[in-house]
Design a protein around this ligand. Structure first.
Ligand code: HEM
Length: 204
């Protein structure tokens, strides 16, 4: 039962995550392009009905995911079996902290949780020592989780590539997307000037 629920809520969340990661990838074109793209996406996901469904699906995903982790942890075998379990655990941790931070920023600190909110920690030393791996592993874990599911759901070769090669390809794309996204969100690793209203979240 937990597995079926986890699969269905996972599909709902994946649509949002796909668009959300495209949004951050666009950070490579600069803050304005990132904010403009987020403004158009918000018309959909900030709609009260969609956002309620999204946040409800995430709660279901985290709870069912932790249940699956506890029941499957010992039986998980092979590279993709283990990858699925551990990326799932990291995503449960990340999503809980990430949603908590975004809702605190928005509802308690009354901040616009836009580009600058997302990148403040990434561009402040020593907070970036936490935020670079925190966001980097989140992106890689999402692709890693998908690669693991693909490795046992997919039965056919595609363009002459075996299922194993396809899964490896998905994982490799995740690593590349994570590096390019972090490059964009840090202004080519040279730093982004954080506006004063966001200094409260970086302790300045
Ligand atoms: C570079 C990495 C990431 C950064 C900088 C980032 C930043 C942000 C920001 C600034 C928001 C607020 C959006 C808004 O106000 O419209 C947000 C929301 C959100 N992010 Fe991320 N995010 C990242 C990666 C991820 C990943 C990997 C996931 C999922 C696995 C994720 C899931 C979410 C969710 C579910 C929301 C809440 C949307 C809502 O409440 O309507 N994020 N993120």
């Amino acid at each position: 039962m937990a597995k079926k629920i986890h699969y269905i809520s996972g599909l709902v969340i994946s649509i949002f995550i796909g668009l959300h990661l495209c949004n951050h990838f666009i950070g490579i074109l600069g803050a304005e392009a990132h904010i403009a793209f987020m403004d158009s996406l918000r018309l959909i996901y900030r709609n009260v009905v969609f956002e309620t469904i999204l946040l409800f699906a995430i709660s279901i995903q985290v709870i069912s995911g932790l249940k699956l982790f506890l029941s499957k942890r010992k039986a998980a075998n092979g590279f993709y079996g283990k990858l699925q379990i551990w990326t799932g655990l990291y995503l449960a941790f990340f999503l809980t902290i990430h949603i908590g931070a975004v809702l605190t920023g928005r509802c308690i600190l009354n901040l616009d949780t836009n580009f600058y909110f997302g990148v403040a920690g990434l561009n402040t030393f020593p907070l970036n020592l936490f935020f670079v791996p925190y966001y980097g592993f989140a992106i890689i874990s999402f692709f890693g989780h998908v690669a693991s599911i693909h490795s046992y759901k997919m039965k056919k070769e595609c363009f002459g590539f075996t299922v194993k090669q396809q899964s490896r390809f998905i994982l490799a794309i995740g690593i590349i997307v994570a590096i390019i996204t972090l490059y964009g969100l840090t202004n080519g690793f040279s730093g982004v000037e954080i506006p004063e209203e966001y200094h409260i979240i970086i302790g300045k």
